[in-house]
Structures are given as structure tokens and as C-alpha cells.
Design a binder for this molecule. Structure first.
Ligand code: FAD
Length: 413
């Protein structure tokens, strides 16, 4: 069997790449190892609750999200920009001071940060918003921890808000991640909202997949080996094409291309509970500003998007980072009881979802080209700042590259 382009991997990068190629009239086949497409964008229905495979959000300001997705059709529910921080046994809200300037005196009075912290944040934010996104991501980098130290934030601002907030995005606690990721986040959060689709994060992948005609997507079809012009499935079936796009997570992509192993990816754990009452009372992200753990951050997705829970119930999502990998569900519940009191003992534990490959290590987050010197075409979030933006942007670039190959080989034939 042969066709124009074979796409390996049915995460958002592979699906978006296939959709670009199909829109250009090419003959495409996509192979996905799992029983359904979506990759890391999966949502499971458990007792009427929508459980994403790890808490994550769609940031509405990602340029590729705006260009590639029909946001209205996703019926997004939005978080309030900012966070609620656990500090000194109580709660402090940090609102985005640029969108909610009236919150500044409250935040100052209640001791999350000083004027000087806000001025430092403004300096970083200005840098993040200057120039193009490509310029920002190509600038020389240092670790986020170093950048924040150099900026001179107060210990309180660091521990209460910046560290837990950024750890929750990078999925690592040392903030060893490149400050390219920091600036990317500051730029995107300056203009966009963190949101959840009505049908869960998987709806993003479903929307893209819906445009692929029957016969393009093959699930339960694990690719065993590949070359830049052919793939062989685990069942022994082989196919050739004018181009192959490898749209896998970084480690699997390296294995398929016969490259050296990549640094270990970042895992994460989501612990889900059903609660009768919303313990937060606002569509806000909750941060462990005391650094005790095991929970780094918590959200009540059903407050943002009521479809995440059946009527009369709420979904609580607590995220545990690798640093606390040994923590049990009982440890999580015990911490949450100190936050929300005796109600927590009545919460029903719905599931603990371990995601071994949540984000690539990508410590330096250097943008990499989709075409390699060996002739491979690749797409996926491991090629830059790990995010839906990178997955979708590399999908677009990989599709353009594959289309060029198809045209060149057709005219040479
Ligand atoms: C808990 C969590 C939180 C996150 N938070 C955010 C966030 O807030 N904002 C954000 O922008 N991003 C976030 N992300 C990252 C975002 O989900 C990813 O960047 C994006 O989904 C990656 O898409 P991908 O297509 O590159 O890779 P994947 O989704 O990993 O797709 C790869 C696909 O390849 C398949 N596959 C693997 N091996 C084979 C094989 N041999 N043959 C065939 N198929 C194969 C896999 O089954 C998978 O479907 C988060 C991710 C997680 C897990």
C-alpha cells in the first residue's frame, strides 16, 4: 500500500498535521497506537464526571489555538486570571493586576507581594510582550529560578505565588526550566484565559479529528519501525509514502528515528474527588503557597465548566508533582482537610490518574526545526516550549514540509 503522506501518532500534533494535508487534497494515513486518538488530550467519563488525564487547560491566546481551533464550538468555561494561595494557614487571592487593578491594594494589604514585586513583574511582563513570539523563543536563555532570583522578587512573592504557579505549569519543582518557557507563559497569560472545553480537554482533539475523512485514521495501529518514506506496523504490515511525519512524544520519536535516548519526561498525578459543595467558591486556581505538599495546585473544574460533574456535585482536581511521587491518596486528603476542613472526609475518591509522560524534559525549550538533516519530518510539543501551541505550530510546519516533498517527488517522477 502507498499514499502521499503517512503520519505516525494521533495526538493533537499528528491530527492537526493530517488535517492540513487533507485540506490540501493529499492522500494521508495516520497511525495511532492507542484505541482512540487524542494522545495526552484525553477525557474519561467516570460516574458522570469528566476526568482529564491530568489537569490541564487551554490558553486562549496561543496564536495556533486561535488559528487552528473553533473556540466557540468548544464552549469554553474560563478561570479568573490569578490564583488563590494557601499562606500562613489562610487564603490570599492574587489577581492579574493588569486586568484587575483594583485588586492590587488588596493583594498588597494581605501580604502576597510588595509594590516592588509588582514592579518587577511588570518588567518581566514587558519583556515577554516585546517583539515577536519567534524572537522571544530564540533569545538566549537561563533557568527560570536564576531569572527570578536576578529579578529580585521577595521571598514571600516567590514562595507564595511564583514558585507553585510556575511549578504547576512546568511540572517540575526546581524551576530549572528555561526562562523562555517563563516568558512564553507571561506573554500568553497577559492576553488570554485559561479555559476548559464543555466536553473536556479531549474535545480539542475530537474537533480536529472530525474533519478527517473515513479511512485516514487507523487506531490500535502501533508503528514498530519507520524510515522517512515508509512505516511498518507491529502486525508486520508495511506501507510506503512520499513523506512520513513522526508526531510522537519526544522519547518515542527519538526511538523511532534511531536517535540517542532523550532526557526523562516529566510525570504528574491527578487525584480526583467528588464533592457535594465547591470548596473554593470561585473559578480560581488554588496554589500551595506554604510549600508543604503533596498537592501543588488544585482546581474545581465543575465551577469553571459545570459539565465536568453531574448535577448537584462538584469535581475537585488535585495535582501532585514528581517531588511527591510517594504520597498516597490519604496524604492528599489529609493535606486538603487542613485547607478545607471536615467536609473533605466526605469527598468520594473518584480516581488517581498517573501520567508518566506529561511534558518533555525540554529544560532549555530551544525551538527545533521540523525537518532533520537525516530527512525525517517531525512534529510535537518536544520541539519547543512544551505546549499545545508548539504541538499545533510544528504540525503546520511539518505538513508544509511534507507537502513540499510530495510535490517535489511527483514532479521528479
Ligand atoms: C497533565 C498535563 C498538563 C498539561 N498542561 C498543559 C497546559 O496547561 N497547556 C498546554 O498548552 N499544554 C499542556 N500540556 C501539554 C499538552 O497536552 C501537549 O503539549 C500536547 O497534548 C502534546 O501533543 P502531541 O501530539 O505533541 O503529543 P501526544 O499527545 O503525546 O501524541 C503522541 C501520540 O502518539 C501515539 N503513539 C506513541 N507511540 C506510537 C507508535 N509507535 N505508533 C503509533 N502511535 C504512537 C500516542 O499514543 C499518542 O496518541 C499538558 C499535558 C499534560 C499531560
Amino acid at each position: 500500500m502507498s499514499c502521499d503522506v503517512l503520519v505516525v501518532g494521533g495526538g493533537i500534533a499528528g491530527l492537526a498535521c493530517a488535517r492540513h494535508l487533507v485540506r490540501d487534497g493529499l492522500d494521508v494515513k495516520l497511525f495511532e497506537a492507542d484505541e482512540r486518538v487524542g494522545g495526552r488530550l484525553k477525557t474519561d467519563l467516570v460516574d458522570g464526571f469528566r476526568l482529564d488525564r491530568g489537569f490541564q487547560v487551554l490558553i486562549t491566546s496561543y496564536p495556533e489555538v486561535r488559528d487552528s481551533l473553533d473556540l466557540d464550538a468548544l464552549q469554553l468555561g474560563r478561570f479568573i486570571p490569578g490564583a488563590r494561595c494557601r499562606v500562613d494557614g489562610g487564603w490570599r487571592d492574587v489577581r492579574d493586576p493588569w486586568r484587575d487593578p483594583l485588586s492590587i491594594p488588596r493583594s498588597l494589604l494581605r501580604g502576597v507581594g510588595s509594590w516592588s514585586d509588582y514592579a518587577k513583574l511588570a518588567t518581566l511582563r514587558r519583556k515577554a510582550r516585546a517583539g515577536t513570539l519567534d524572537d522571544l523563543l530564540a533569545a538566549p536563555a537561563k533557568s527560570t529560578a536564576e531569572r527570578l532570583r536576578e529579578a529580585g522578587f521577595s521571598e514571600r512573592m516567590l514562595h507564595t505565588f511564583l514558585e507553585p504557579w510556575l511549578s504547576g505549569i512546568f511540572l517540575e519543582s526546581d524551576l530549572a526550566t528555561s526562562d523562555r518557557f517563563l516568558f512564553f507563559v507571561l506573554r500568553m497569560f497577559a492576553d488570554g484565559h485559561a479555559a476548559l472545553p464543555h466536553d473536556g480537554m479531549e474535545a480539542i482533539a475530537t474537533q480536529v479529528a472530525a474533519e478527517l475523512p473515513p479511512g485516514v485514521v487507523h487506531t490500535r495501529a502501533r508503528v514498530r519501525s519507520a524510515t522517512p518514506t515508509s512505516v511498518t506496523l507491529e502486525n508486520g504490515e508495511s506501507m510506503s509514502a512520499r513523506a512520513v511525519v513522526v508526531a510522537l512524544e519526544g522519547g518515542a520519536a527519538a526511538r523511532l528515528q534511531g536517535l540517542a535516548p532523550t532526557p526523562p519526561p516529566r510525570p504528574v498525578r491527578a487525584v480526583y474527588y467528588a464533592a457535594e459543595r465547591d470548596p473554593v467558591g470561585a473559578p480560581l486556581l488554588v496554589l500551595d503557597g506554604e510549600g508543604r505538599g503533596p498537592v501543588n495546585h488544585l482546581a474545581v473544574p465543575s465551577t469553571v465548566q459545570p459539565s465536568y460533574a453531574p448535577a448537584g456535585a462538584h469535581l475537585v482536581s488535585a495535582t501532585v508533582l514528581a517531588k511527591h511521587a510517594d504520597a498516597t491518596q490519604a496524604d492528599v486528603r489529609a493535606q486538603l482537610a487542613t485547607w478545607f476542613g471536615s467536609d473533605v472526609s466526605g469527598w468520594k475518591h473518584l480516581a488517581t490518574v498517573d501520567v508518566p509522560v506529561a511534558l518533555p524534559a525540554a529544560v532549555d525549550a530551544t525551538p527545533r526545526p521540523v525537518e532533520t538533516p537525516d530527512g525525517w519530518i517531525v512534529a510535537g510539543d518536544h520541539l519547543g516550549v512544551p505546549s499545545l501551541q508548539t504541538a499545533l505550530a510544528t504540525a503546520r510546519a511539518a505538513a508544509a514540509c511534507a507537502k513540499r516533498r510530495v510535490t517535489q517527488t511527483a514532479s521528479a517522477a
